[in-house]
Design a binder for this molecule. Structure first.
Ligand code: GDP
Length: 223
């Protein structure tokens, strides 16, 4: 594949913290193409975003006050054939607030639901939803709850199991291998399943290439 995410083009565009702002962005960008990242807090979402989009991308989302926002970044694709990228639009990366905080207040989780409810209500189909889970502990209660919440929404999803490098022993790796058939069955509606380590950059290139293929497909589909 000759197209790459141009990591130097990534820009923070908006921090969205109200359903009204979300609604306005969706009305302006119904055909947005890109990716939308979501997962349990601490699963390595920021690390994965950084490894795909450039090292300081998700630092913005870690600044206090922004962790409960939807942070929107724009990015471009690069190619060694300039003609290939000249006509391409701006793409988007949405960084969703983490779910499964043990300590969030009722009001905070209500805000999360309202914000995400607004997004999923008019979800741009060009945004591949990337759900990150921990390869050591797949399918936690909050992951299951999130997928139940998603069932009624038609978004193409990639499931990404992160922190693969933490499975250091053969015993841990075979425990995951044993779980794979039931995970694949449970998540059979998911488009792709990836196993990565954001920290060691394992499997990230394959995820990157799959994402770009899907973005190009959506672009051709919209034209
Ligand atoms: P977020 O809350 O989901 O955005 O998670 P972060 O990206 O901030 O990561 C949480 C912690 O997990 C940090 O200490 C990261 O360094 C670590 N981490 C993230 N990805 C990996 C990984 O693939 N392997 C290992 N060993 N640690 C990781």
């Amino acid at each position: 594949m000759s197209l790459l995410i141009d990591r130097s083009s990534t820009q923070f565009e908006y921090g969205i913290d109200s359903p009204e702002q979300m609604q306005r962005w969706l009305e302006k960008n119904p055909n947005a193409i890109g990716a939308c990242f979501v997962g349990r807090s601490n699963v390595g979402k920021s690390s994965l975003i950084n490894s795909l989009f450039g090292n300081s991308t998700a630092r913005t989302s870690k600044t206090p006050g922004r962790t409960r926002q939807i942070n929107i970044f724009s990015f471009k694709l690069a190619s060694n054939n300039q003609e290939e990228t000249e006509e391409l639009p701006k793409f988007y990366c949405l960084d969703l607030p983490g779910y499964g905080h043990a300590a969030v207040s009722h009001k905070m989780s209500q805000n999360w639901e309202e914000l995400l409810g607004t997004l999923f209500n008019k979800y741009p189909l060009g945004l591949t939803l990337i759900n990150i889970q921990d390869a050591r502990h797949p399918n936690q209660k909050s992951d299951v709850a999130f997928h139940q919440y998603l069932q009624s929404n038609l978004c193409e999803t990639f499931l990404v199991f992160n922190k693969l490098d933490k499975l250091k022993t053969q015993k841990l790796r075979s425990a995951l291998n044993k779980q794979k058939p039931s995970l694949f069955k449970q998540y059979k509606w998911v488009k792709q399943i990836h196993f990565v380590s954001a920290e060691k950059n394992t499997g990230v290139t394959s995820l990157h290439d799959s994402l770009i293929s899907r973005m190009m497909l959506m672009l051709n589909f919209q034209e």
